[in-house]
Each structure stands twice: as structure tokens, then as C-alpha cells.
Write a protein that binds this ligand. Structure first.
Ligand code: SF4
Length: 484
């Protein structure tokens, strides 16, 4: 298992990984006569930097100068994969970029993105956030032996490069209506940047404009902010957009059936991102306020699990009147090169990444706020650590409902058997983590705080209602590796 950057992934205990983010996608088009000034490869690099929290296994950028597409990708964080000299070789006026966490297919160089295909019609480079659920059915449309990688994205790229005699746009019109699952895409041929989003719009994708007549697409608005692009609008569910010298052209390949991922608000998106016109930070603080009203408790201090619990802890403190404080310090520099503890010193576990502030905690009744519970190991260790440091009571509050079901649309949770809420009641979880009390925000309150209608959200990991039915044999990260 690749090691993660503790600062970016919220990953505290390597044996109890939090939900793994799906991927970050970024695309940029500028007029060819402004390419040298705009330096699209650097814009893409910065965009990926802002989206790094969405995927930390590999990174890549493809650039076109109008006649040729060049791709550079490798395993690692964006800043590890690219340096100035590499970016200087990626010249052109169109680019797409990607940072990956693997959802279908292993974490290998071949499966890193952008994926690239050439055909008689030219080259096609593609980046994808989400997970398809009819990959085997799509793969049947390809000639045997065509695939070189083992991802749903590779299948989609091969289909778009080889179908439709009129190039990428014609192929997209043919293939996208038959594609099911979550897909926020940016792709390009030599002369045009394209963006598309699945009819449910499960993963986010936004369009922005650059001052000098350029256009940007990104997974989150934070990816626009970093390159100085102005937010224009979201790419609509079921929409296909083409961007070139003729401007932005939009068409529908399917009716919109919006089912945006509720978990983006809880955990996945950056706090400074805006989804459907509402700041993620504002939503998380509001969830904390509602959590305080749903699960009040007498206590002396509210502390977050840094940093994922911070906005909800602020809201909890505000609504409850209990002072907010810092009780745990996170070592932000536990990165990919960090040597993981051997089994014999694993009991040190969480202390390698979190340390309690004894003076702040001693003799106090604490409320600890976190964003989610996966296996429960992290919360169990935190409760024990706080008691060791002198807390007299530890009350745990969680700003999402219990995560009881796996996600098939691009987020890698543990399996249902590994999810603590898939097996235990709330009281059972409380007992297991050793807290004095435990409270989860209700699904209705979380939805209400998002300001989005319940029917327009995917909540499947909380309530088991999957908006796009998933065949049993279409599940699994190593699907294509098994069938090959
Ligand atoms: S199952 Fe959960 S994580 Fe997956 S898309 Fe739905 S709400 Fe998001």
C-alpha cells in the first residue's frame, strides 16, 4: 500500500485509512497565440496542486501544441512528479492533468492518467474522476488485446479514440450515452478541449474563465482559484462541452438526473471549494451546529480531530456555548517517505501523527468532533490517548451519519464487513471505541445543511439506496485484472 502525505489525506492511522478520495481532474485551453505567455503546463501543475487532496498515488499532464500531444505521468505527488525542467518540455496551448487515487485498477504507472490513444483521426488524452459501473459491457465493444492498462478510464479512452469517424466529438456523442456510473471527464485531441459529466453528476466539475480569453475546467472551484480563473458555472450533469477557438459549445448527451455525492460535503472536497453555490466550509460548520442540537452534552471543551473535524467542531462549540480549543496537535510533515511502524511498535500507532496537549486537556470533560468513522481504530486510539492525558470524560461526535455501505462511484471505503457501522449499533460502536457517549448527525440534518434537495443527492454509503443500480459482477477495484 502506498504511503500517504498525512497533511493532505487526513490519514492518521495507516491501519485505519479514511475514505480515499477519487481523483482530481483539470483542463485548460488558451488561444494558440498566447500559449507561451499562459504556459498551460504550469497552470495545470498549479491546478493539480490545489486538487492534490483528491488523489496522491500518481500525477500526470498531457499538452497539445495543435499538432502533437505529449504526455508525462509518474507515480507520486504532483510536486514529486513534476519539476521546472519537465514542465518546460510540455509546450502547447491545451492541457489536461490528473492526480489519482486508484478506484478501478491497481496503483501502477500504466494505470496513471492522462490515458492516451492515437488512431488515424489523431491523438486523444483523457482524465477521469469517478468510477464506471458497466466497464465489462463497454470493454466488449473493443477489439481483443486493445487494452494496455486495467482501468475503466483506459476502456473509455480506447472507445473515444476508435469510435466515430468524425473524431473525438463524434465518438463522445456515440459512447457517453452508453457509459454508466460516475464520470467527470476532461479530454482533448490536438485542437480542442472537452469536458463531460455523467447524467447523475455524482462527482463535481466546474468551468472557469481566464482573463486572456482562456478556459479552465476543474474538479473543484479551488482548482480555478489557484490559477486566477473566474468561476463561470458547473458543467451540468449529462452535458458535453467543447472548447476551442470558436469558444465554448455545449450539448447534452443525456437528460440530467442529479445525484451529487453527499460525501463531498462531509469529507472529500476542500473547505474553500463551493458546490452548488454553497461553501463547503459553511456547510461543515452548519453540520456542527446541528450536531450540537441533536446530541448535546455537558462538557468543558470542544476539540476537533485535526484537521478533518475542525469546521464541525467550530459549529458544535458555537451552538452549544462550550468553549472551542485545541487538544490534539497533528504532525503535518508525516509524508510519503515516512517509515511506517513495524508490527512491534505499532502500539505507538497514532502517536506518530497526533499528540495530546496535556495542559489543555487535564481534568476536563471533552467533546471530540470528527468527520466520519470507518473502522473505528482511529477514534479508539484517540479516546485512549485523551484519557491517558488526563481527560475525565470523552464524548465523541461525528459530523456524518454512520457509513454503513460501500461506494461504487469512485470513493474507496473499506468493504461492508470492515465498516464498523456495517456491523455494530451506535451503542456497540461507542463501547468499542471506549467513549463516554457517541452521537452521529442524522441523515436528514446533514442533507438539510447541504441546502440540496434529498432526491438530488447520492446518500448510498449512509442509507444503502444506490441511485445507479450496480450489478454484482461489476463491482471491485481489480475487475479488469481478474477478467484478463
Ligand atoms: S455512495 Fe457515498 S461516497 Fe459514494 S457517491 Fe454516494 S454519497 Fe458519495
Amino acid at each position: 500500500m502506498p504511503l500517504r502525505d498525512g497533511r493532505l489525506s487526513h490519514d492518521i492511522d495507516p491501519t485505519d485509512r479514511p475514505p480515499q478520495d477519487a481523483c482530481g481532474v483539470f483542463g485548460v485551453w488558451v488561444p494558440a497565440d498566447q500559449a507561451s505567455r499562459a504556459e498551460v503546463s504550469k497552470l495545470t501543475y498549479y491546478g493539480l496542486y490545489a486538487l492534490q487532496h483528491r488523489g496522491q498515488e500518481s500525477a500526470g499532464i498531457a499538452v497539445s501544441d495543435g499538432s502533437r500531444i505529449v504526455v508525462f505521468k509518474d507515480m507520486g505527488l504532483v510536486a514529486q512528479v513534476f519539476d521546472e525542467s519537465v514542465l518546460n518540455t510540455l509546450r502547447g496551448h491545451i492541457a489536461v492533468g490528473h492526480c489519482r487515487y486508484s478506484t478501478t485498477g491497481s496503483s501502477t504507472w500504466e494505470n496513471a492518467q492522462p490515458t492516451f490513444r492515437s488512431s488515424d483521426a489523431g491523438g486523444l488524452a483523457l482524465v477521469h474522476n469517478g468510477n464506471l459501473i458497466n466497464t465489462p459491457e463497454l470493454a466488449e465493444r473493443l477489439e481483443p488485446g486493445v487494452l494496455t492498462a486495467t482501468t475503466d478510464t483506459e476502456v473509455l479512452t480506447a472507445l473515444l479514440a476508435t469510435h466515430g469517424d468524425g473524431g473525438a466529438l463524434a465518438a463522445a456523442r456515440q459512447i457517453l450515452p452508453a457509459t454508466r456510473g460516475a464520470f467527470s471527464l476532461a479530454f482533448m485531441d490536438e485542437g480542442t478541449l472537452y469536458a463531460a459529466r455523467d447524467p447523475e453528476g455524482i462527482r463535481p466539475l466546474v468551468l472557469g474563465s481566464l482573463e486572456d480569453r482562456g478556459w479552465v475546467v476543474a474538479s473543484e472551484t479551488a482548482g480555478l482559484d489557484i490559477v486566477g480563473a473566474r468561476f463561470v458555472r458547473e458543467i451540468e450533469p449529462g452535458e458535453l462541452v467543447a472548447i476551442d477557438g470558436d469558444g465554448v459549445r455545449s450539448e447534452r448527451f443525456a437528460e440530467a438526473r442529479p445525484k451529487g455525492c453527499l460525501f463531498e460535503y462531509v469529507y472529500l472536497a476542500r473547505p474553500d471549494t463551493t458546490i452548488a453555490g454553497r461553501s463547503v466550509q459553511a456547510t461543515r460548520v452548519e453540520v456542527g451546529r446541528r450536531l450540537a442540537r441533536e446530541h448535546p452534552v455537558e462538557a468543558d471543551m470542544v476539540i476537533p480531530t485535526p484537521e478533518s473535524g475542525t469546521p464541525a467542531a467550530i459549529g458544535y462549540a458555537e451552538a452549544s456555548g462550550i468553549p472551542y480549543g485545541q487538544g490534539l496537535v497533528k504532525n503535518s510533515y508525516v509524508g510519503r517517505t515516512f517509515i511506517q511502524p513495524s508490527q512491534t511498535i505499532r502500539q505507538l500507532g497514532i502517536r506518530l501523527k497526533l499528540n495530546p496537549l496535556r495542559e489543555a486537556i487535564e481534568g476536563k470533560r471533552l467533546v471530540v468532533v470528527d468527520d466520519s468513522i470507518v473502522r473505528g481504530n482511529t477514534q479508539r486510539a484517540i479516546v485512549a490517548m485523551l484519557r491517558d492525558a488526563g481527560a475525565t470524560e470523552v464524548h465523541v461526535r461525528i459530523s456524518s451519519p454512520p457509513v454503513s455501505w460501500p461506494c461504487f462511484y469512485g470513493i474507496d471505503f473499506a468493504t461492508r464487513a470492515e465498516l464498523i457501522a456495517g456491523n455494530l449499533s451506535v451503542e456497540g460502536i461507542r463501547d468499542s471505541i471506549g467513549a463516554d457517549s457517541l452521537g452521529f448527525i442524522s441523515l436528514d440534518e446533514l442533507i438539510s445543511a447541504s441546502h440540496i434537495a434529498k432526491d438530488n443527492l447520492c446518500r448510498a454509503c449512509f442509507d444503502g439506496v444506490y441511485p445507479i443500480p450496480v450489478e454484482r459482477d461489476a463491482r471491485g477495484k481489480h475487475l479488469l485484472e481478474v477478467t484478463r
